[in-house]
Design a protein around this ligand. Structure first.
Ligand code: DHB
Ligand code: FE
Length: 288
């Protein structure tokens, strides 16, 4: 039986990827951001999973207004880093896990969640920046990401986006799917995007430190209650792009306590403002 051993939550600011790729991570502006992940990189080396189920959002890179899946599961053997306008990031190709991905698609769709199956897809900063933060700089000519990765894309770009409640329930279905896979795999689930930020309009630059920290508290201690928060609260309090945070509820819903198990251990918590236009939030929760 496969098992979800931990969940990781992190922002995905594209400028963080650029800072790493251009060798700027030690500059005074970026140093405190990367320092917040030092423990996490060590933790991932010590707690290396077989597979990361990586919940993220595509930013009109692989998808566009022509095609908008609400939930899309990457079932391919590999996923290339996307060209977002400056050439693909110099990071390794993502190696998938087609067998587990196909099993999760089968199980979750039979569990009444409609997923789009994706057999070819490039992955943008939404997926590669969280990996870079957790793994550090890697040379694509020589290095690999530490394990297989199943990309799971959520539409948080074009309304209507899925509710927090639906994301939380989907996480529970993903846990059931993983636990019914008959190979003894160690699986982590990552929820990415957020925290407060708004990139457009009159409130561009909005950050809400107090609200973000209350979100982190509730994500740890009251995820079910948090999942009932309506979209308008995210957008009003955390900005138009703060809605990316609903993806964290998918990862949180997959943790053991939600199904009656013991509360997770908070292994690491970090919050920093600013990184580009965004408040960076990060959490690691371990199952027992
Ligand atoms: C920024 C943040 C994002 O989540 C994103 O997708 C693009 C840009 C930013 O802070 O610049
Ligand atoms: Fe984003």
């Amino acid at each position: 039986m496969a098992k979800i051993t931990a969940s990781v939550y992190t922002s995905h600011v594209p400028a963080i990827g650029a800072a790493l790729d251009l060798g700027k991570s030690h500059e005074p502006y970026w140093q405190p951001v990367f320092a917040g992940y030092d423990n996490s990189r060590q933790w991932l080396r010590e707690n290396r999973p077989d597979v990361i189920f990586l919940v993220y959002n595509d930013h009109a890179t692989a998808f566009s207004l022509e095609l908008i899946p609400t939930f899309a599961i990457g079932c391919a053997a590999e996923f290339k880093p996307a060209d977002e306008g400056w050439g693909p990031r110099p990071v390794p190709t993502v190696v998938g896990h087609p067998e587990l991905a196909a099993h999760i698609a089968q199980s979750v769709i039979q569990d009444d969640f409609d997923l789009t199956i994706v057999n070819k897809m490039d992955v943008d900063h939404g997926l590669t920046v969280p990996l870079s933060l957790m793994c550090g700089a890697l040379d694509p000519a020589r290095d690999r990401w530490p394990c297989a990765i199943i990309p799971f894309a959520v539409n948080v770009v074009q309304y209507p986006v899925p509710s927090g409640r639906r994301c939380f329930m989907l996480g529970q279905a993903i846990r059931r799917a993983v636990e019914s896979f008959d190979q003894p795999l160690n699986v982590q689930i990552w929820g990415t995007g957020g925290m407060s930020h708004q990139l457009q309009g009159a409130r561009a630059g909005l950050i809400n430190r107090e609200w973000d920290n209350a979100f982190l508290e509730r994500l740890i201690a009251d995820p079910e209650g948090l999942s009932k928060m309506p979209h308008v609260d995210y957008v009003r309090e955390a900005g138009s792009e703060g809605i990316e945070l609903v993806m964290w509820l998918i990862a949180r819903g997959a943790m053991a306590d939600v199904a009656g198990g013991p509360a997770p251990t908070v292994r690491h918590r970090f919050y920093h403002v600013p990184a580009s236009n965004t408040a960076v939030g990060h959490l690691i929760l371990e199952n027992h």
